[in-house]
Design a protein around this ligand. Structure first.
Ligand SMILES: Cc1cc2nc3c(=O)[nH]c(=O)nc-3n(C[C@H](O)[C@H](O)[C@H](O)COP(=O)(O)OP(=O)(O)OC[C@H]3O[C@@H](n4cnc5c(N)ncnc54)[C@H](O)[C@@H]3O)c2cc1C
Length: 392
């Protein structure tokens, strides 16, 4: 039975960053990593961006092996015995640990009773979609969020026909104000993507060609394949069965410890308190996975650093792109400071005179300034924010 000073469950960005964090303090001790995917840790963002623009596949690997880690891949941790400090995996192996990290990420939500749908999350999904796609092939992309808008663009840029179906009125309705969303609907249409906003799917059938997607009021679509990006849920099953505290993710303290002091959690699965926004967050973004993973690893190895980072995130929409920090809730008061409407500018999301979030639309290098602004107590009036970022 292998024994590890540090055992990690999950094989994503967070897991790899945690190895880096451990090794920054402890260069010698044994680290074990159990990952359900057959591949070692890799960066996920290129799966919906760079790899469709010609970036080499080799660039996605995190090279975790080089840091002296025993990788147990293609197997799931199926039970956690916290009293014995032991994990059992799906192949019948048992591991014991001194410190455990749960970096189990998220699981895509599924459409009811639909088979053959690609729930885009892993390298295997990229490989499946890449093999299916090509000049003149056609796809339905279900969902108007991150995965939906990125995959729709990726497929279209590679010669595929794309219909994007989502129940909201606009692309990105959960993040962007309505006018920016309406612009994005137009922009995607100009790029040749068919937009079915307000679309409700009533049936999804497999056909010899691929699939038939039926909608309530917008007709049926015969396509070669269907990609769905309809949200994710934190993968807490192992933690929950072991009795750890769960509330929209695994609850952690400022040192990223769960309710069991020998068990840490980080990345997409972790629910943590952010002192700048003064509320608990669960964040599904790369910067958080990297920084929180490193912090958890270092703390497991004896570090004492509280996690106070306010993560940023980013995305691409054809030639447009952005970086963003904080709360992007379109129900907040939004002050738009466009240099060129919808092409370049900064959007400030305000609540009771405080900046809660900043969307840096085609505006780069301002993330730290945006974080400082969110940390300022204000109060800010809209006029105070015009021209504030980038700093004049
Ligand atoms: C296609 C795509 C594009 C993205 N683009 C961006 C972007 O542009 N910008 C951005 O900021 N963020 C982006 N993200 C989000 C970012 O990649 C995630 O926030 C990050 O990958 C989270 O890492 P994680 O390690 O916490 O979780 P995950 O990446 O979900 O990894 C968790 C791993 O743990 C494994 N696992 C789960 N349970 C078990 C178990 N019981 N036993 C063993 N293994 C288990 C899973 O199989 C998975 O491999 C993107 C994500 C995707 C999918």
């Amino acid at each position: 039975m292998p024994h590890y000073k540090y055992l990690i469950v999950g094989g994503g960005i967070t897991a790899d960053a945690a190895v880096e964090g451990i090794r920054s303090i402890d260069r010698e001790a044994a680290i074990g990593l159990i990952g359900a995917e057959p591949d070692p840790p890799y960066n996920r963002p290129p799966l919906s961006k760079g790899l469709w623009k010609g970036d080499a596949l080799e660039r996605i690997w995190r090279k975790t092996q080089a840091r002296g880690v025993d990788l147990y891949l293609g197997r799931k941790a199926v039970s956690l015995d916290f009293a014995a400090r032991a994990i059992n995996d799906s192949q019948g192996a048992r591991y014991t640990y001194e410190k455990l990290l749960l970096a189990t990420g998220v699981t895509p939500r599924r459409l009811p009773s639909a088979s053959g749908v690609i729930y885009y999350r892993a390298l295997s999904d990229y490989n499946t979609l890449r093999a299916l796609s090509g000049e003149g092939r056609s796809f339905a992309v279900i969902g108007g969020g991150f995965i939906g808008w990125e995959i729709a663009a990726a497929l279209k840029m590679n010669g595929n026909e794309v219909v994007m179906i989502f129940p909201e009125e606009t692309i990105g309705a959960r993040l962007y104000p309505a006018d920016l969303g309406r612009f994005l609907n137009r922009y995607y249409r100009e790029k040749g993507v068919r937009i079915v906003a307000g679309g409700q799917i009533t049936a999804l059938e497999k056909t010899p060609r691929g699939a038939r997607v039926q909608t309530q009021a917008h007709g049926n679509f015969e396509v070669d394949g269907v990609v769905a990006g309809i949200g994710v849920t934190p993968e807490t099953s192992l933690a929950q069965a072991a009795g750890l505290k769960i509330d929209n993710g695994i609850m952690v303290d400022e040192f990223l410890r769960t309710s069991d002091p020998h068990i840490y959690a980080a990345g997409d699965v972790a629910n943590f308190h952010n002192p700048i926004l003064d509320r608990r967050l669960r964040v599904e973004h790369e910067d958080n996975a990297n920084v929180m993973g490193r912090a958890a690893g270092a703390n497991m190895a004896g570090g004492q650093a509280p996690y106070r980072h306010l993560p940023f995130f980013y995305s691409d929409l054809f030639e447009l792109g952005y970086e963003a920090v904080g709360d992007l809730d379109p129900r907040l008061e939004i002050v738009a400071d466009w240099k060129e409407p919808y092409r370049e500018g900064v959007l400030y999301y305000l609540q009771a005179g405080r900046v809660r979030g900043v969307l840096l639309w085609n505006t780069y290098g301002q993330v730290d300034e945006a974080r400082k602004l969110i940390a300022e107590p204000g109060p800010f009036r809209p006029a105070d924010l015009k021209g504030r970022l980038p700093a004049a």
